[in-house]
Design a protein around this ligand. Structure first.
Ligand SMILES: [Zn+2]
Length: 100
């Protein structure tokens, strides 16, 4: 069952929850599907998207720092959290490892 929707296991077609995907992303381990146990990988497009997210979050942090008096120690964790949840929610999965 092939699906181009985000967070859908390409082996069993089950959708992963955002938190499930987020936890898997943070652990830096192989992402095994909770439903079928098959290993899933991020697609190359998803990896590129993550690179863009990274650049974007640095830009946001610098912009907020420049324009407001909010301390960096506050902005950084907030942006980092939003970035990791945001990128997890947009992950597309693949059965094969894809290099970028
Ligand atoms: Zn699965």
């Amino acid at each position: 069952m092939k699906s181009t929707a985000v967070r859908v296991c390409q082996n069993c077609g089950e959708k992963w929850s955002v938190w499930e995907t987020w936890k898997k992303e943070l652990s830096f381990k192989d992402k095994e599907c909770n439903h079928c146990g098959e290993k899933q990988y991020m697609t190359a497009a998803t990896k590129w998207l993550n690179v863009i997210w990274c650049i974007l979050s640095v830009v946001i942090v610098l912009q907020v720092k420049e324009k407001t008096s909010v301390p960096l120690s506050f902005i950084f964790p907030v942006v980092l959290f939003l970035f990791s949840v945001g990128s997890s929610s947009l992950i597309r999965l693949s059965n094969e490892k894809q290099e970028i």
